[in-house]
Design a protein around this ligand. Structure first.
Ligand code: C5P
Length: 303
């Protein structure tokens, strides 16, 4: 069994958005086949793991992020990630996991998955494991966790866990409108199924126009190619999202869409200055953040 060192290790992982989210009919396991394009954006969760007598989780959130929705018990995904890695690697030494949360909770931004990815990377470094197969453990923890390890821009197939990087030489500036009350991902998928009940759903695929826009680094082509099959379901559960989406377009956003299962709304700007001015126009609807992508995946930041 590897011997623990007595230091703390911090790692961070980024939020994800879906530039395209194609959703098929659910399989026998209840999961939906996806064809998605993920992009990691510059909102981060930083996890610090410190050797301790017992397993525990503590959490501190950036201003505007509802920390009370983060479970501090056995269901916490970062804790589950650390324990899964310990179990598979034969490590018996507990850690305290401290989450410095910069990603809104239950917002369609993979905040919990980013915590889990950062916890895997931090524990791997703390315990000196250097395991190449963290992606397999990540896939056991949740559909978005493998992408949070990899970051950048990537296609996601299967239930989202089969990730392969895509060429994306550009930089994109986003405005995010977030809300204190999140949406439950299973409920949004359930609403999607209710909307499509009895209707044929083709196998989801990835639009060439999106892949080409990314390869060309064209923000206007990207704006035209963004899409999210879960948007209708999020809007059905949260009709109030329609007005800020419209307001963003009226204010000059190149595109407006719901992020993943929502309720976070995404607005694509021409550049960072344009994002700042759009953000100022949207403050009456919720908490407004700006971020850019793509950014790197989970990595150790200090030891
Ligand atoms: O994989 P993850 O734990 O993040 O998924 C959360 C929930 O979202 C699942 O329990 C399932 O209800 C839904 N989901 C789905 N199809 C996917 C991914 C997630 O139905 N491809």
């Amino acid at each position: 069994m590897p011997e623990p060192t007595l230091r703390a290790v911090s790692a961070r992982a980024a939020a994800k958005i879906n530039l395209h989210l194609g959703v098929g009919a659910p399989g026998p396991d209840g999961f939906h086949p996806l064809a998605t394009v993920y992009q990691a954006i510059s909102l981060f969760s930083t996890i610090t793991v410190t050797p301790a007598d017992d397993w525990s989780v503590t959490c501190q959130a950036a201003p505007g992020i509802a920390v009370d929705q983060v479970p501090l018990d056995e269901t916490n995904l970062a804790l589950r990630a650390a324990k899964l890695l310990a179990e598979r690697a034969g490590v018996t030494h507990p850690v305290n996991i401290h989450i410095a949360k910069g990603i809104p909770v239950a917002g369609g931004l993979a905040g919990g998955s980013a915590d889990a990815a950062a916890a895997l990377v931090a524990c791997d470094a703390l315990w000196g494991l250097d395991r190449p197969d963290l992606a397999e453990l990540a896939a056991e923890l949740g559909s978005d966790v493998p992408f949070c390890l990899v970051g950048g821009t990537a296609r996601g197939l299967g239930r989202g866990e089969i990730v392969s990087p895509l060429p994306d030489p550009g930089r994109y500036d986003w405005v995010l409108l977030t809300f204190g009350e999140g949406l439950s991902t299973p409920e949004v998928y359930g609403e999607h199924d209710a909307i499509y009940d009895g209707l044929a759903r083709p196998e989801p695929d990835l639009p060439d126009a999106l892949i080409d826009a990314l390869a060309a680094g064209s923000v206007t082509d990207l704006a035209a190619a963004l899409s999210n099959d879960l948007q209708e379901a999020s809007l059905s559960l949260r009709p109030a999202l329609a007005s800020p989406l419209r307001a963003g377009i009226d204010a000059g956003a190149l595109a407006a869409l719901v992020s993943g299962s929502g309720p976070t709304c995404l607005f694509l700007a021409r550049d960072a200055d344009h994002a700042a001015s759009l953000a100022a126009e949207l403050t009456s609807y919720g908490e407004v953040l700006t971020a850019h992508g793509p950014v790197a995946g989970a990595m150790v930041v200090e030891s």
